[in-house]
Design a protein around this ligand. Structure first.
Ligand code: PGA
Length: 255
């Protein structure tokens, strides 16, 4: 049984002060006793404030990136231990913006993922094809490569904490969401590739979120797809009313 995960990726938005305000306005309106897991990914500068303010909140939070080593001369990076000490339970690994702007590769994503799973953090692994790749009919080849390289040397045991987010790059921040057919087909394919990497039972239990221009207007149809288990949300997660509405929709679909 997979529960919905609704995650807000704030990217490089808000300051520590306005971020705490935003998180509070979300936290205050999360439906009580929901089966939906709510996650927030603020910038790293906010995390110690989150630890002070949201220890008891109905959401969990995490970092937008993590390194493959635990310490050393890696300017600008941080380790799982650093995130854990600030109360993080989660981390995003391999977001397409990290791949595009910061040289992240399938191999470095694999290393970051392995180090995450060596700690007690849970990763959201982001995968997705570019527009050129989709138009060249390479979508499934790309997804399969991204998954298989990222998951190299993972075991059934440590992969229990893995979450995957399918985020077609052409849908991120563009307002062009995948159709329900495109999303369901990709998610179904991803689940089949996961079943080649892990036991069938584990593959069936891994949450696969959709991401890319999800908003309160399209969340219902996207999350009604049988293999879509929630959403990773950028722009709409900065608007508390809209983000809460998406959580309510997931809740209405059974949590
Ligand atoms: P978006 O971003 O919702 O603004 O498209 C999604 C993401 O990058 O995770």
């Amino acid at each position: 049984m997979r529960n919905f995960i609704i995650a807000g990726n704030w990217k490089m938005n808000t300051t520590p002060t306005t971020g705490v305000e935003l998180a509070r306005s979300i936290s205050d309106h999360i439906p009580p006793h929901t089966g939906v897991k709510v996650l927030l990914f603020p910038p790293a500068t906010h995390l110690s404030h989150f630890q002070q303010e949201f220890n008891e909140a109905d959401f969990e939070y995490g970092g937008q990136n993590v390194h493959w080593e635990n310490s050393g001369a890696y300017t600008g990076e941080f380790s799982p231990e650093m995130l854990l000490e600030l109360g993080c339970k989660w981390v995003i690994v391999g977001h397409s913006e990290r791949r595009k702007f910061f040289g992240e590769t399938d191999q470095s994503v694999n290393k970051r993922l392995l180090n995450t799973l060596n700690s007690s953090l849970s990763p959201i692994l982001c995968i997705g094809e570019t527009l050129t790749e989709r138009e060249s009919n390479l979508t499934y080849e790309v997804l399969e490569r991204q998954i298989k390289v990222a998951l190299e040397n993972l075991t059934d045991e440590n992969a229990e904490r893995l979450v995957v987010a399918y985020e077609p790059v052409w849908a991120i921040g563009t307002g062009h969401t995948a159709t329900t057919d495109q999303a369901q087909e990709a998610h179904h394919f991803i689940r089949n590739v996961l079943a080649q990497c892990f036991s069938g039972e584990l593959a069936n239990n891994i949450v696969v979120q959709y991401g890319g221009s999800v908003n309160a207007g399209n969340a219902l149809e996207l999350m009604s797809c049988p293999d879509v288990d929630g959403a990773l949300i950028g722009g709409a997660s900065l608007k508390p009313d809209e983000f809460i509405r998406i959580i309510e929709i997931a809740d209405s679909l059974g949590g």
